[in-house]
Write a protein that binds this ligand. Structure first.
Ligand SMILES: *Cc1c(COP(=O)(O)O)cnc(C)c1O
Length: 407
């Protein structure tokens, strides 16, 4: 599949107000009006292009929003101070007390905690399902269900959601399909595949320099305006507003997103193949052995590859910790959560990013304690990286003995 959205992103251009190649950064929290009447109209939402107060909107945030909307091919996008700011606003906007959502059980730990522990305070209940089982998803839908929620490629198990199938199901039940596409920007065009609302943590690949926390919601202009409504918009009223300075720096980083994603994918595929040949337990959607490989292949924009995330199960938490510490010592990456950095990042999800999920549920979904999640970096010589990583594994006796083939 070839995405129209990526082309839209390339075609987008801005001039700064003084002809600069980058738009000027808006450095104001408030804006003056020449007439009192215009101020009133702006509060009422009747004056396009007028700024009122920067929690509502600011030129820098609007520029970034435009770029994110182009990336996903949606009508509009709002930016937020974090991915969680975006996720919580969407859910609180769409769900009232007594209502219900159906979510994938393999999702980001923070999202899981929000649904499982926080939403019940408002009598909003979540059913967690195996998202790759469309029947299970449909069976969980009730009259009170307000959305189907999942990640395009799930954290940390790298399960792939059948977005077209889920979109068809959501449409039939007249509820929105909300997709968190943080793991697969450009690779997967979730809105083109039928998602109604696409969420990103910009903190990860889209910014790519691990120096900022931000989020975005991509949707129809109508929904984006609803989120911003001064009277009852969750985006506006929860107040997780992105700072203009950060919006400007993220926009500049987005210009290299396509190059970075291609390289992350190329490097991850190389390592996944090599480690699998070595007999290690590797999960990567680009491997033919991945259970959702064919689905992923059919729904990605192939030029961007299968993404930069890979997992490896080394048998136990002790071994996982030892390997991560050794790899960090050998300068092969950092023992850190998050993803999308130029350097490889690794962490054991069971004790970090998914620690919000109770142990029993971790077991049920196949999240083992020897699992290491890798966000593969932009290494120039990945073959060299492979040999060094392999050396670490050998040192710790993690490489399975090659069976002798008798001639
Ligand atoms: C990091 C992450 C989030 C949360 O984003 P923040 O910017 O940290 O708030 C949500 N979903 C996924 C898949 C993530 O990886």
């Amino acid at each position: 599949m070839k995405s129209k959205a990526a082309q839209k992103l390339q075609d987008l251009h801005y001039f700064g107000e003084f002809g600069g190649v980058n738009p000027s950064i808006s450095d104001s929290s408030t804006y003056t009006f020449l007439s009192a009447k215009t101020m009133f109209d702006t509060f009422e939402g009747n004056t396009e292009g007028c700024y009122l107060y920067s929690r509502h909107s600011s030129p820098s945030n609007l520029y970034l929003g435009e770029a994110i909307a182009a990336l996903e091919g949606t009508e509009s996008a709002n930016v937020f101070a974090s991915g969680m700011g975006a996720i919580s606003a969407v859910i609180m906007q769409l769900c009232n007390a007594g209502e219900h959502l159906v979510s994938s059980r393999t999702i980001y730990g923070g999202t899981y905690a929000f649904m499982k522990n926080f939403l019940p305070k408002f009598q909003i209940k979540t059913d967690f399902v195996n998202i790759t089982d469309l029947k299970a998803v449909e069976n969980a839908i009730t009259q009170n269900t307000k959305m189907i929620y999942c990640e395009a490629v799930s954290n940390p198990l790298l399960e792939v959601a059948d977005i077209k199938g889920l979109a068809e199901l959501a449409k039939r039940h007249e509820i929105p399909l909300v997709i968190d596409n943080t793991f697969s920007p450009l690779s997967i065009s979730a809105a083109e595949l039928g998602a109604d609302i696409v969420i990103h943590s910009l903190t990860k690949f889209i910014n790519g320099t691990s120096d900022a926390v931000a989020g975005a919601v991509c949707a129809s202009t109508e929904f984006c305006l609803t989120l911003k409504d001064v009277n009852d918009g969750a985006g506006m009223l929860f107040g997780s507003t992105l700072d203009s300075l950060r919006a400007a720096s993220i926009l500049k980083n987005m210009r290299t997103l396509h190059i970075r994603i291609k390289k992350h994918s190329e490097n991850a595929l190389f390592l996944a193949q090599k480690f699998q040949e070595d007999g290690l337990t590797v999960v990567y959607p680009g491997l033919k052995t991945h259970k959702d490989h064919q689905l992923m292949k059919n729904q990605i924009n192939s030029q961007y590859g299968f993404g930069g995330l890979m997992t490896m199960d080394v048998g136990s938490l002790e071994k996982a910790n030892a390997l991560m510490e050794l790899m960090q010592k050998e300068n092969l990456g950092y023992l850190a959560v998050s993803l999308g950095f130029y350097k490889t990042l690794f962490s054991a999800p069971g004790t970090s990013t998914s620690s919000e999920i109770p142990l029993k549920e971790q077991n049920d979904m196949g999240l083992t304690d020897g699992l290491i999640r890798f966000s593969i970096g932009l290494d120039n010589d990945i073959e060299n990286t492979y040999h060094k990583m392999r050396h670490c594994m050998k040192k710790l006796n993690l490489l399975p003995q090659k069976k002798l083939v008798l001639a």
